[in-house]
Every structure is written in C-alpha cells, then in structure tokens.
Design a protein around this ligand. Structure first.
Ligand code: AMP
Ligand code: MG
Length: 481
C-alpha cells in the first residue's frame, strides 16, 4: 500500500542520540476526511495522487496508520518565546517519516494536530480546521512568491471536535519541510544535553543542510555563518512583500532558512513599520519593522548554543560567535537593498539607492499608502497617490533609472517579477476560511488559484487587490488555535 503511494521512507533523525526525540505514533482519529490535497507538492515529492486520496492514503494523512517502515517521532526542542526561555518540543505534531524525493532530496513529512506527545504540556495535541487551512493557504502563497518555506501537502478533518472558546472541527495538516531543525533545537541541545550530543546535532545539520562546509577547517563556525546568511536573506524577502510572521520565537526559526509555523502571521496592507496583527504580541516585539532586529536576536541565541563547539577556550569561543553575529546587520541590509533595487527596477548600484528606497517608504508611511499596490502602481506606471512629495520622489527615481544602461523594458520586467500583483490579504483569507469551515471550499479554491501565480496580472485578480472595507476594528490574528 505504502509502495503504491510512493513513500520512500527513512528517518535519519532517529539515528541522532535518543535525547533529541521520543518515538511517537500519531493518535488515531474517528472519521478522517480529505479536505485538500496539494497535487503539485504530491507530484514534486513523487507521490501518487490517486493512492493518496484512497482510504489508505487518507488514513496516513490522518495519522490512523503510518507508512510501512516509518519511524514516527516527536522532536525535542526548546525556545525563547517572546524573550522567555522554555522547554518545548512537538506538542501537537509528529514527524511520521522523512521521504526521499525522486530528485534525491530528503524532506520531513510531519503531521500537525496529530495528538498528544510527551512534549504536550497542558495542550490537547490537536488543531482546528481554520488555522490548518490558514497555514496551507499562506505557506503556498509564500512559495509562489518565491520565499523559502515549508509546504503543505494536505489537510484532513478528523471527525472530532476540539474544544477551544467554542467547539471547532479538528484537522491535521501534512507539512513538508526540508527539516524541522530549529534554533530552538540547538538551544535544547546546549541547555539539556552533553556536548557530544550537541556536536552530533551540529554534524547532522551540516550533512543535511550545509554539506559544503563539512570539510572546512572550522565547520561549526561556517555553519553559523551560513545560517546567518540564509536567515538574513529570508527576512529581507519577508520585508519585500510585507509579510509579518507574528511569532518569531527561536523555536519558530529554522536552520534551513525556510519560513515555518504560520500561526498569527499576516500580510500588511497600509505600509506601517509598527504593523502588528497578533493578538498576543502586545508589545509589538514581532512588528513588521522589528523583524530584522529579532532575526539578529534569535541568531545570537543560535550562536550562543554553538559556543562549546566553536573553540575549546570559552572566551575565544564567545569572541568567534560575536564576530559572526556582528556581520548579521550588514548582511541583512545588503539583502534588503538588493531586494529594494529590484522592486524599483534598478540593476546597477549607486550610493543614493538606500536613501531613495527609504524615502519612498517614509512617504508611503505618511500617506498611509498600501504597500503592495504602491509598488504595483510604480510597476505599471499608473497613478501614485496625488501628493507633491510622491511626485518629487518619482522624478528622482526616474532620473536614477535613466542612469543605468539597461532599457526601460528590462527595468519594467525586473519590477514586474519583483512586485506581486496579489498577496493573501487578510480579509480574503478570512472569507475563504469562514466558507471552508462551513463546508464551502470554492472560495478557498479560487483564492489558492490566484495566489499560485502572484506576479502575473489577470482580470480575475482585480478583486484580490482591493483593500478591505474600512473597519474600525483592527485585524487580529490568533496563536495556537
Ligand atoms: P507554536 O506557537 O505553534 O509555535 O507552539 C509553541 C509550542 O506549543 C510548541 O511546542 C507546540 O508543539 C506547543 N503547542 C501548541 N499548541 C498545542 C496543543 N494544542 N497541544 C499541545 N502542544 C501545543
Ligand atoms: Mg512553533
């Protein structure tokens, strides 16, 4: 049966020291029903769609059976949640298996919402349909936007209600990730295991994600540098599309550089560096404009956890860690500036580019301009908000564009590829989720269809570019639901 689906199982994570996981099967559910299968992802993984949609396939996606030969486990990790260190771990997820794709890539297949584990603390180990579809929609949108992310293979309902403020339909998301190793996994190793176990984790991570540094003289230092670079690049990409992760705790930051854990995330409409949507982020720790700083803070926690591996002398190890971390800010800004140049259709580099980009953002902030639509207007050459400041800025920008050898057409094409027409606007996501939870999947299907091709304009996209009707109640997203 498993053979028909095409699972190619091998859980290398289970060969790490025992302290990193506990064997755990998903808890069976009453009446699994497939709500959504991601055919593109299934195909990329080399999985057979028809078999996945069969009763046996759905039983695996619901956790009622595990693929033949799979070692299902819950991972141990720790993490700083809103700045406070906690022991965590997969409390409502299990890694049912790793899978090797036809291209030879190894990915994690994780069920989220699959029941209690030894890391569940007070939680029920379950997830509700709305939030699982939300992760599905946003992760797939992020992928289509060209941003590294975990993917969503399927969502099933369990036929069981879960108890939150009200009873909600229970659901399970099958998440595909290049791995689930987090900054928090290293924090766990540094805090709760022996140095040899930390080393085993670092070696495993290098082999899996950064094999190019394996034979370097200082592989652990190189690992640190590589992770800093990938995370700096990732966060700059978020900033380019107005994505607010919402809960950038260290356990929600991957070592692979993929975006993970779409809880209270949202896309910004009006440009505002202080934009925050999460109901639990009262201090604005994870506000849009603070994400790059928090990225650095989290990476400093990663660097700290590597200290025992960086040098046998602790003072020197600290210095080495600091030297890598001190590079983060400039690496991030390079990624940011390069992204902004593309958004503005600039190929070459001039000293004034940073100021030009920042000035645009500052005008947008003052004018409460929509982030995505403003860059669309610039791309299309249509009307900008009618203000003298915008017009003056536009003249400077056009002058700047004329100082490059590339043609206007090439510049336009660069902008077209760098500025999405559609993003998953919060009101459209909510509308799709509300309908889906009521049993009507068509609104979500249409939304997913549009989000799968965000950089090309078409008539059907027009309504997805509109802003939400004015509301006096600010949009809020909820965590852990
Ligand atoms: P998150 O906010 O989704 O990143 O989750 C933070 C931690 O809480 C992780 O260790 C989760 O596994 C755990 N957790 C979240 N929801 C539940 C739940 N319903 N039951 C058990 N553990 C949970
Ligand atoms: Mg998490």
């Amino acid at each position: 049966m498993t053979k028909d689906i095409g699972w190619n199982v091998d859980t290398s994570y289970a060969r790490l020291p025992q302290s990193f996981y506990s064997k755990q099967d998903p808890t069976p559910v009453k009446a699994p029903k497939l709500i959504r299968l991601n055919k593109t992802v299934a195909e990329d993984l080399g999985l057979d769609q028809n078999s996945l949609q069969s009763e046996e396939g759905i039983a695996i996606l619901a956790g009622n059976t595990v693929p033949d030969g799979a070692t299902s486990l819950a991972q141990a990790y720790a993490g700083h949640q809103f700045g406070h260190f906690n022991m965590l771990g997969d409390g409502r997820a299990v890694l049912i298996s790793e899978h090797k794709t036809p291209k030879g890539e190894r990915v994690d297949v994780q069920l989220k919402g699959s029941g209690r584990t030894r890391y569940s603390r007070g939680g029920d180990g379950r997830a509700a349909l709305g939030p699982m579809l939300r992760e599905y929609i946003i992760s797939e949108a992020m992928h289509a936007l060209g941003i590294p992310t975990t993917r969503s293979l399927a969502v099933v309902t369990t036929g069981e209600d879960i108890i939150r403020e009200t009873d909600l339909p229970g659901a399970i998301l099958t998440r595909i990730a290049s791995s689930h190793i987090r900054v928090g996994t290293f924090q766990y190793a540094a805090q709760f295991t022996e140095v040899e176990e930390l080393r085993a984790l670092a070696d495993y991570t290098i082999k899996r994600h950064y094999p190019e540094v394996e034979n370097e003289e200082k592989p652990y230092f190189s690992l640190l540098q590589e992770v800093i670079n990938r995370q700096a690049a990732l966060i700059a990409k978020w900033q380019m599309v107005g994505f607010i992760h919402g809960v950038m705790n260290t356990d929600n930051m991957t070592i692979s550089g993929e975006t993970i854990d779409y809880g209270p995330c949202a896309f910004m409409n009006t440009y505002d560096p202080e934009a925050v949507f999460s109901s639990i982020d009262r201090q604005g720790r994870y506000a849009y404009g603070n994400q790059p700083y928090i990225g650095g803070w989290n990476l400093a926690r990663f660097a700290e956890s590597l200290i025992p591996l960086l040098h046998e002398d602790q003072d020197q190890a600290v210095e080495i860690a600091q030297s890598a971390i001190s590079e983060y800010s400039s690496i991030y800004h390079e990624h940011w500036l390069s992204g902004m140049r593309s958004k503005l259709g600039l190929f070459n580099e001039e000293e004034g580019d940073k100021a030009l980009a920042e000035e645009l953002l500052s005008i947008m902030h003052k004018q409460k301009a929509d982030f995505t639509n403003t860059f669309q207007s610039l791309t299309r050459g249509t009307d900008l908000p009618n203000s003298p400041e915008f017009q003056q800025w536009k003249e400077r920008w056009e002058e700047r564009q004329s100082r490059q050898s590339e043609s206007k057409e090439a510049s336009h094409e660069l902008m077209r590829k760098s500025n999405p027409v559609v993003i998953p606007r919060n009101h459209r996501v909510e509308e799709a989720l509300e309908a889906a939870v009521e049993g009507d999947l068509s609104v979500m299907e249409r939304l997913l269809d549009v989000l799968a091709d965000p950089y090309n304009d078409s008539d059907k996209k027009a309504k997805y570019c509109e802003l939400p009707p004015d509301s006096s109640v600010p949009y809020k997203t909820y965590c852990g639901t």
